[in-house]
Each structure stands twice: as C-alpha cells, then as structure tokens.
Design a protein around this ligand. Structure first.
Ligand code: GRG
Length: 363
C-alpha cells in the first residue's frame, strides 16, 4: 500500500476543517471529502482556465462558480466528479495528485454538459442564479462550453497514460450524448400506451447521461495512478450504478425538493413533462396511475395548482417510494462492486461515505 503521506495533499492545499478530520479520530464526512479533493484540484483547474481566451475564461469562471459578475459569493457545484477522480487514484494506492488531471478533465466536461443542457432545456436558472446563456447570451455560452470540452480533452493529452485516459473520456462522452439524446426523445413520447417510456429505458438513459461521467471520473483517477484495466473497468461500473442512483435522487428532488437548496424552480421537471422515474413508476401503479395519466395528458392541466396535484398523485400512487427503492438498489450495487476490489482501506471508506451521501443527496 502507498504510504499515507503520499496520499495526502500538502498543508497549503488543505482547509483547516479537512485537516482536522483527516488527522483526528472521526472519519471525514462527505463535505470534508469533497473539500479536500476540491482543494487538491483547484490549482490545476484554475491554471487550465487561465490559459483560455480572456472572454471565454471569464465565462468559464462564471460557469464553474469561481467568479460572479456582481461580486456576489461564489456559486459552485459540489465537485463530485473531481472528488471521484482523486479518490479513484488513492483507492488504488496512488497519490491523490495522480488523479488531478482526470479531476480537472471531468469537472470541465461536466460544466460544459450543464451549459449546453441549460440551453437545450431553456433552463434560466442554474445553482440558484442565471444560467450562463442567460447571463452572457446563447452564442457565447455555446462557445464557452466548446472551450471547456476541448480543454477537458487536452488536459489528459499530456498525462503519462494519455492514450487510455483520452479513450476513457471519449467513451463517456459518447454515452453522454446518447443519454441526452434519449432524454430529449423521451419528451416526444406519450405517457401511456405501447410507445410510452418504460423504467428499463429510463435506467439506460440515466446510466449514460449521468452515470457515464461519474464512472469515468473514478476510472480515470485509477487509470492515471497506474491501475490494471480490470480494476479500471470495475470502477467505471461502480460510478455508472452510482449515477443511476444519483439521477433518481435528482428526479425525486425535482418534484419534492426545496428550491432553496436545489437552485431550480419547484416542480420544473413536472411542468416540462420530463419522463422521470417517480412519474413513470406512478403511471404503472394501480390504483392511481390512471388518474395521473389523465392529468398529464389533459392540455393545460399542469398550470397553476395542477402541478401540485400531480406531485400528490405521484406520491400516493407509490412513485416516490418505488423510485427511492430503485436508487437504493443501484447504490447497493455500486457499493458491492467497490467491496469486490482490493482497494486501499482509507480511500475505500471515503468512497463509501461519499457514495451514500450522494445517493441520499445529503451533500
Ligand atoms: C459530452 C459531447 C457531449 C455532449 C453533452 C448536454 C449533454 C450532451 C448532456 C447533458 C448531461 C447532463 C446535463 C446530465 C445531468 C447530470 C446531473 C445529474 C447533473 C447534476 O450534477 P451535480 O448535482 O451538479 O453534481 P453540481 O451543480 O453539483 O455540479
């Protein structure tokens, strides 16, 4: 096993809270794990962004929550993917910094995909503030996304395992496109009947759209730290199952979450007619499914109070319970895959903590 000192970031890169938990008796909680990995990744991420065209760099900083135009406090994402890349390296007994180019790459690609997703969905809010396309315009936001995408790939090109790492990322990118395509096409499909979206199709979409990049993050970290292909593949599978659990939890929050913490308008997915798992599961239920189907297919019925009625019907028909059960099943599969690997105990513990917190959306 790699000496602990090799797995630890330098004192200059660790916040006091993270240091306290890593050196004290209590195991770090998910917030501390995310913070430690963010601190380890931040210098390389900042340096990569600084190399962009100044205008594009400004938009990239806004999108990444590194800077607000009006001087307000930063509005960052959780940094889940960068943490998985760092922990992926540490889990195979490498130093965390070996995973940093992977962490930078996945965080850039994630940010890019959110930018473009907001444009495709016409979502005006991201993390509780104007989405980039609202703040800078659609054309500039597309350009900023393109720059982040290219930079993500370039970040891996100079690493020791560049060939395998770039391939790992491009495979995930292909899946992201496929998942997003399915998600967009689902919107055209009816709620009921033979053409309706089924739960299995939903799971495939979620694995591609959300799981592929989470799996890629873990796998890239391990690959960059020199892990064997079979370990890399198993970690990729772990992240994919985590992604399905994470996406389902996101869907549940989209209906019942507090907009203060989600940063998105309440019932946004329902109003947009998104084929999320709680709705699909409720439509299958007897009794309750029929009444919900009628509401969803009546033009204008989701305006005003209709959307709250739909949320109540979904819950009563068991859609929320079934979705939460599915999320737990995918989380259990992700944890089982981790356990089947011979990973370094400390990082394994941190991964397990992070996985649970993400699936429960307590971070
Ligand atoms: C990859 C070439 C290429 C195209 C991208 C736009 C697109 C195609 C895909 C969209 C994928 C997408 C938006 C998936 C959603 C994943 C998801 C659950 C995002 C939220 O992740 P969090 O909660 O976000 O980690 P934060 O805000 O914390 O960063």
């Amino acid at each position: 096993m790699t000496p602990t000192a090799l797995r630890r970031p330098t004192a200059a890169t660790v916040t006091p809270a993270a240091t306290a938990n890593r050196t004290g008796t209590a195991p770090p909680d998910a917030g501390n794990i995310l913070r430690r990995c963010r601190d380890l990744t931040a210098p390389a991420l900042t340096e990569a962004i600084d190399g962009l065209h100044p205008w594009v760099a400004e938009m990239a900083r806004y999108a990444l929550g590194l800077r607000e135009p009006d001087g307000a406090g930063p509005s960052r994402g959780k940094g889940v993917r960068q943490a998985l890349a760092v922990l992926g390296a540490e889990a195979v007994s490498g130093p965390g910094h070996a995973g940093v180019p992977g962490a930078v790459a996945v965080e850039l690609v994630h940010t890019f995909s959110l930018l473009h997703d907001d444009i495709m969905d016409g979502d005006a809010l991201r993390r509780g503030r104007p989405a980039l396309w609202k703040a800078y315009g659609t054309g500039p936001a597309v350009l900023a996304g393109d720059a982040l995408f290219a930079l993500g790939v370039e970040t891996l090109a100079d690493t020791p395992h560049a060939g395998g790492a770039v391939r790992q990322l491009t495979t995930a990118l292909g899946d992201l496109v496929g998942g997003q395509a399915d998600d967009l096409l689902f919107a055209e499909r009816p709620w009921t009947g033979p053409e309706a979206v089924c739960a299995e199709e939903y799971a495939t979409m979620a694995e591609r759209k959300t799981g592929a990049l989470l799996g890629c993050a873990l796998a890239l970290g391990a690959r960059l730290a020199g892990a064997a292909d079979c370990t890399v593949a198993e970690l990729d599978g772990t992240g994919r199952h985590l992604g399905v659990a994470f996406q389902i939890a996101d869907d549940v929050l989209g209906v019942w979450g507090d907009p203060e913490s989600t940063g998105k308008p309440v019932h946004g997915d329902l109003r947009q007619g998104k084929k999320t798992l709680p709705v699909l599961a409720a439509l299958d239920a007897t009794p309750g499914g029929g009444e919900l189907a009628e509401l969803l297919t009546t033009p204008g019925a989701l305006d005003g109070d209709g959307v709250r009625r739909a949320a109540a019907l979904i819950e009563r028909a068991g859609g929320r319970t079934r979705a939460e059960h599915e999320a737990r099943r995918h989380l259990a599969e992700a944890r089982a895959r981790l356990t089947s690997l011979r990973l370094a105990p400390g990082p394994l513990g941190e991964l397990r903590t992070l996985l649970s917190a993400l699936a429960d959306r307590t971070v």
